[in-house]
Design a protein around this ligand. Structure first.
Ligand SMILES: *Cc1c(COP(=O)(O)O)cnc(C)c1O
Length: 417
């Protein structure tokens, strides 16, 4: 039997071997080789405690929430709302009602674009994004702008993959009514200077939506310190199940927003003449929610907090520095994204070798990386490349795995270089 959820017992120093032991998938082999899983920016593996939580819920606790007077329903409701409290604490949200459950970061951003967007963005206005956004933080704004007669503009990015700050400041003056910005770039690993950007946007009364999908697994997030208006994230990138995420929203924003989807749970009274709506957060959660995954997500949050995000960030920084050094010793390897502030992502090219070919060979060596445009086509176009090879690290990756990646890249060069 493996320990489940026993991370809290790991004293002082961070020990990836002990952490790895909690993740059953990391024990498997691919093509007869140990799996080296470096595709965490796409989705992370799940600790046993998260898996067990799903099984326990469906084995003995399942019932619908917010509906029944019977014991099972009350227990499910209590657990579901307790999970919301844990999520609120995790983000340092001012109250549970500021935390909405979604299907993921994508749905969270779409919710803001649909329910908040039209209140704030009108004819001739600008929604400002950056050139390094994930498609999830571009397309919903384009859809909004199309409906409102507004337009999306992008803050340019430097050769190192950082926002050109003077350009950001200049663009803020151009009828910007909303800033939508990623906390950490999934394609490059760049950590954006959110604190300053949000402060400057607010000086001009511009609300700020943060795509936090890539930050949540790697660093401490404090939505009150950031002072963002919205913060969206996905459970599956932070060791929780797929199909669930969080949208944090400032309570005063939620109050002003109309409903999103209509149905059960989001209403107060319904007649054919008129319907009145429930209070937030329920107003934005129509229908039976993803109860099981919410409960398992809370388990993932406990797991992260048990280790401590500061400890995770420190370990991953060392690991990223080491892996970067190893890769740069290989002739013809070129990093894409060399920002001073980076998290967990190594995007690179090996000479003229197509990323897809490199990824295929690495896969055969047991090394799972991502190749392609990483849902950031405008960014790849900016760098004049079709895509990159992306190795993205999580807290359970090791220095040995960084060595394995470097050895794999050398092998790719021998075979195709
Ligand atoms: C993964 C990701 C998203 C989308 O997340 P989903 O879980 O697919 O909704 C958005 N932005 C960034 C930066 C991401 O890495």
């Amino acid at each position: 039997m493996h320990a489940t959820g026993a991370i809290q017992d790991i004293p002082g120093k961070f020990d990836p071997a002990q952490v790895r032991d909690l993740f059953p998938t990391l024990r498997r082999e691919v093509y007869g080789k140990p799996l080296v899983y470096l595709d965490n920016a796409a989705s992370s593996q799940k600790p046993q405690a998260v898996i067990d939580r799903l099984i326990r819920y469906y084995s003995s606790e399942h019932s619908n929430v917010h509906r029944g007077v019977h014991l099972l329903s009350r227990e499910a409701t209590d657990a579901y709302e307790a999970a919301r409290k844990r999520a609120a604490d995790f983000l340092n949200a001012p109250s549970e009602s500021a935390v909405l459950y979604t299907r993921g970061a994508t749905e969270g951003i779409n919710l803001v674009a649909s329910s908040f967007g039209p209140l704030h963005v009108g004819q001739g206005d600008v929604v400002l994004v950056s050139h390094m956004e994930h498609h999830s933080n571009i397309v919903p704004w384009q859809m909004l702008c199309e409906a409102q007669g507004a337009r999306v503009r992008a803050i340019p990015v430097s050769d190192t993959g950082e926002i050109i700050y003077e350009e950001f400041e200049r663009l803020l003056g151009e009828r910007v009514r909303l800033l939508a910005i990623g906390h950490v770039s999934n394609a490059l690993g760049t950590i954006n200077p959110l604190q300053n950007m949000i402060r400057q946007a607010h000086e001009l009364d511009i609300p700020v939506v943060v795509d936090g999908a890539q930050a949540a697994p790697h660093m401490k997030i404090d939505v009150q310190a950031l002072d963002c208006d919205f913060y969206a994230l996905s459970s599956h990138k932070m060791f929780g199940p797929t199909g669930v995420g969080i949208l944090y929203a400032k309570p005063e924003r939620l109050k002003a927003m109309g409903p999103w989807q209509g149905g059960g749970d989001m209403i107060e009274t319904v007649t054919f003449e008129q319907t009145t709506y429930n209070e937030p957060p329920h107003k934005f959660e129509a229908g039976t929610p993803n109860i099981a995954d919410v409960l398992a997500f809370a388990e993932a949050i406990d797991f992260l907090e048990g280790i401590g995000q500061d400890r995770i960030a420190a370990y991953e920084r060392d690991l990223l520095d080491y892996a970067t050094e190893q890769l740069l010793q290989i002739e013809s390897v070129r990093l894409v994204g060399t920002a001073t502030e980076k998290a967990s992502v190594l995007s690179f090219l090996i000479g003229d070798i197509h990323p897809y070919d490199a990824g295929t060979i690495l896969d055969r060596l047991g090394i799972a990386v991502r190749t392609g445009h990483h849902c950031a086509q405008p960014l790849m176009r900016r760098f004049g490349i079709p895509g990159t090879v992306r190795a993205s690290f999580a807290l359970y990756n090791t220095f040995d795995e960084a060595d394995a990646l470097a050895a794999g890249v050398r092998r790719v060069r021998e075979m195709l270089g």
